[in-house]
Design a protein around this ligand. Structure first.
Ligand code: ZN
Length: 208
């Protein structure tokens, strides 16, 4: 969920070819799940699915940065982080706007689609974690990989909880409440990424 979700674990083995293949695989998984959750969220009228898509978007960006930008100069890394934070911020605001629209119109999302896609997201995160697990190194990397996956899984479970709540109450409120919390957390994360990368760029731009 958080802004730095999953990026700490990826630094070692940078030149390793099989590790790069694994990064490509998890990038693909996260990108596909981002698209699936956005499309399914729109089709099912579920904002919590769209809010959960924010995490897959952020993780996709992290894997892209690991594959293409990590070895570059600080200026490029900070710019990449700024683009990532801004993209997540714009998408997060769009999700929040959609939340307000759904709350105002009292729409009823499709609980079955929410549940099915929530479970698919859970499997996708477990698969990503399994693929990266072989490349964990050292205590710090292991810990951050755990923390990242735990946060991702908590998001997926929140969607499943919302699906259960929608099914049980026959209203869209559980979906709206869960989506509001998730989108707010994602926006906070995006804000932190944007401010940090802007500070880095300012520091870099000032004469030494
Ligand atoms: Zn994540």
């Amino acid at each position: 969920m958080s802004a730095s979700c999953c990026d700490q674990a990826l630094d070692p083995h940078r030149g390793n070819q099989s590790y790069r293949r694994v990064l490509w695989a998890v990038l693909g998984i996260n990108l596909v799940m981002f698209a699936v959750e956005v499309v399914a969220g729109l089709a099912a009228g579920s904002v919590s699915l769209q809010a959960d898509a924010l995490d897959f978007l952020g993780d996709t960006a992290n894997y892209m940065i690991s594959l293409f930008v990590v070895g570059m100069a600080l200026r490029y890394r900070a710019t990449a982080a700024l683009v990532k934070g801004a993209t997540m911020g714009v998408f997060g605001l769009w999700v929040l706007g959609t939340v307000i629209w759904h709350a105002a119109h009292g729409t009823l999302p499709n609980a079955f689609t929410m549940g099915a896609v929530g479970i698919a997201a859970l499997i996708a995160n477990a698969a990503s974690f399994g693929l990266l697990w072989a490349y964990r190194s050292g205590d710090a990397n292991m810990r951050s990989a755990w923390v990242c996956t735990r946060n991702d899984v908590l998001g997926n479970l929140a969607v499943l909880l919302a699906a259960l709540g929608v099914f049980g109450t026959g209203t869209g409120w559980p979906d709206v409440i869960v989506a509001t919390i998730m989108a707010a957390l994602a926006l906070q994360g995006a804000w932190i990424v944007v401010s940090q990368s802007r500070a880095e760029l300012r520091l870099h731009a000032s004469p030494a």
